[in-house]
Structure formats: C-alpha cells, structure tokens
Design a protein around this ligand. Structure first.
Ligand SMILES: [Zn+2]
Ligand SMILES: [Zn+2]
Ligand SMILES: [Zn+2]
Ligand SMILES: [Zn+2]
Length: 372
C-alpha cells in the first residue's frame, strides 16, 4: 500500500511529500512513482492504517504500487509516524472519545522542570476527558537512527504535561501497520519503553532509565561509578569535579544530564595528602546527582587552610600532609587533623591570625571560635 504522496503546492515552492495522516479524505495528491492521482482512506475504527490509493478514473493505474519499496530512512520515519497515528486511533476508538489524533502536534511542556518550552509529538491521540491510566492522551515517539533525543527528559516533560508516552522503533511496525500488540505489551509490561502518568512520576523517571542503553559517553567516561566503594568527596578542581579520596572525576553528560564518571589515576594524586572524612552524609543533591563541594577559604595560614563548603556547610582543614572534611564541626576550633590532635602546639603569628608552627592548627580566640 502506498504511504507517500506529493501534495501540489499552489506556490512555486514545489511539491511537498506527505503521509496519509496528513491528508484529508477529499484531497487529491500525486503518486511519486507514476504521477497518477491518489487519495487517502482508512485509519478509522476497525480499518487498516490510513494509506493512499490510486484514483483510476483520473489517470492512476492499478498496476502501480506507489512509492514505498525503496524509500529513504527519513521518509520511512515519516511513514511510521503516520502508521502510529492510525494505530492510536484504532486502539482508542470506542474506548475513549478522541479530541484529536494526528502527527507533529506541539505540546506545551513549559510547566515541566525541563528547559524546553515546547515539544512536538511524533504521533498523538488526545482524549476528550482524562483516562485514568493513560492521562490526557498518548504520544508515540518514533525513534530514528539519525536522530538523538534526550529520551528521559522528553519522557519527563510529557508525563508532566499529563500524557503517556511510548518509544517505538522499527520493530513496533510492520510494513503497513503499527503493531498494537507491541503497544499494549509495552504499557502492560512496564519494561522501560512506555510510561504512563498512572505508573510513573515525572520527577522519578530518570531512575528508570539505564543511561548506557540510551546514550554514549565520551572517551574515558562512563555512567557507572568506577569506584562505588568510595564515599566520594567531590570538589571543583580546575573546572572538573574530582573526588579527593580516589581521584574519580565527575560531570554531567551534556545531552542527558546523567552523572558520568572518569576513573581517576591515583598515581597522579598527592599521595602525601591523606584525607579523613568525619560525619559524612550520603552527599547527594536534591535531584540525586553527586554533591560537589565548592570551598570558600575562611583562613589561609602558612601551614594550613580552613574553608567551608558554600553549598553544604561542611568544613575542611588542610595541612601539608593531611586533610579533614568534617560535616559536624560547628566551629573551626573543632576542626583538627590527626596530626594536630597529637601536637604540643606552639603558636606563631601568621598572615591572618595565629597558628601552630609545627602542625598548622589555627589558634582560637580565648576558646571562642576565631572565625565566627
Ligand atoms: Zn502510482
Ligand atoms: Zn572517591
Ligand atoms: Zn559541600
Ligand atoms: Zn600544633
């Protein structure tokens, strides 16, 4: 069955390639193979997918099978969208009263936490009233080899706007139908291909995607934590976030915004500087990404530096050979490296106060916290 045709434009811009779901019943279109006249039909309840047929009396021939045997990838993509629309209409006719069912429908997702204000649904069926399981309607996104979409973000945006979404690929289509059995099982089995507002919250959708199945990482980077036994204390280090304990680097994957990691090279770290962590929490941001300390120095002595993370209030003290990150210290008085704990301090005046010349511990002011 033919699924591609030319629409004759009135202007000089030439012919526009169209798929059946984009053409009204009474509109004449042209067969790309034989030039004969075609019209669309089908796509209703209990009908085959909407397709074109040659109108014999107006010059088409019954022998022509239409364009479709050797179509380009991008055209097949358009045909699949049209098939998906027909499939959605068939699936929901008699089940829900349908408001609209078409290809390339703009969806307002400005209420979502994503960065995009609008998205365009490949195929959409929208209901007159909300369906308890599927929500306001169902979107089928047809995946395409040469097209990369931020699938988790698009899914979250559509769920947030109240729609279900299915990610369909070539295996969900026969030559001339959208396979509704695939559609139904994708939603029933909940296997990471189809998402409904009934089952999925847009805020938690990211945890349902295995990022390595959907995205590739730059060389040297991976989505799996290369050192899961480390509690990781990431801090900014020349633009990159790097773990003080193990050297693992961390950043967000630019396309998907998933955390990704690069295994650190321990041999390149300052082995002399041992890091201790006291009272660590699980160090995650509210969105689930790893926390990265941004240290702002409170005091820089000759032998030590004390600083506070401007984002989590952890405190850090570093001497030449030791660093302590303390999540519980209320003042810098309480902040000590093991070396400082075992030192018979001898105080010396330094640039910004007094510190022990042996271990670098900053001296408190009569037992009061010096820097508060
Ligand atoms: Zn033809
Ligand atoms: Zn680490
Ligand atoms: Zn922090
Ligand atoms: Zn000391």
């Amino acid at each position: 069955m033919p699924f591609l045709a030319y629409r004759n434009e009135m202007s000089d811009q030439g012919k526009e390639l169209v798929v059946p779901e984009e053409v009204a019943d009474s509109e004449d279109v042209e067969c790309p193979s034989c030039g004969g006249r075609m019209r669309p039909r089908g796509g209703g309840p209990d009908q085959r997918a909407r397709h074109f047929f040659h109108v014999r009396s107006t010059g088409g021939t019954s022998q022509c099978s239409g364009a479709g045997n050797n179509i380009a990838e991008s055209e097949r993509h358009r045909v699949m969208k049209s098939l998906a629309v027909s499939g959605l209409r068939r699936r929901f006719s008699g089940v829900e009263s349908i408001d609209q069912c078409s290809t390339e429908i703009p969806i307002d997702v400005s209420g979502s936490q994503g960065r995009s204000a609008g998205r365009r649904a490949d195929a959409l069926v929208e209901f007159a009233s909300r369906n308890r399981f599927f929500g306001e309607g169902v979107i089928v996104e047809v995946q395409h080899a040469n097209e990369s979409k931020n699938i988790p973000q698009v899914t979250a945006d559509y769920l947030d706007a109240g729609y279900s979404v299915m990610w369909a690929d070539e295996s969900c289509f026969s030559k001339d139908e959208f396979l509704l059995q695939r559609f139904n099982s994708a939603f029933n089995e909940d296997g990471g291909r189809a998402f409904s507002p009934y089952r999925h919250s847009p805020q938690r959708i990211w945890s349902e995607f295995e990022p390595s199945e959907w995205f590739s990482t730059p060389d040297g980077w991976q989505f799996e934590d290369p050192n899961p036994d480390c509690s990781h204390e990431f801090q900014r280090d020349r633009g990159d976030a790097k773990c003080l304990l193990c050297g693992t680097q961390y950043q967000l994957h630019s396309e998907s915004q998933f955390p990704m990691f690069s295994p650190g090279d321990r041999s390149q770290m300052h082995i002399a500087n041992i890091t201790y962590v006291r009272g660590a929490d699980d160090a995650l941001e509210p969105d689930g990404t790893p926390h990265v300390h941004i240290w702002s120095p409170e005091n820089r002595g000759e032998r030590s530096t004390v600083s506070t993370c401007s984002r989590c209030r952890a405190k850090k003290i570093s001497s030449k050979s030791e660093t302590v990150i303390d999540y519980n210290a209320h003042s810098f008085e309480q902040l000590e490296t093991p070396e400082m704990q075992h030192c018979d301090h001898e105080w010396r005046r330094t640039g910004s106060g007094e510190e022990c010349w042996k271990c670098g511990k900053p001296k408190g002011d009569d037992g009061m916290g010096m820097y508060f």
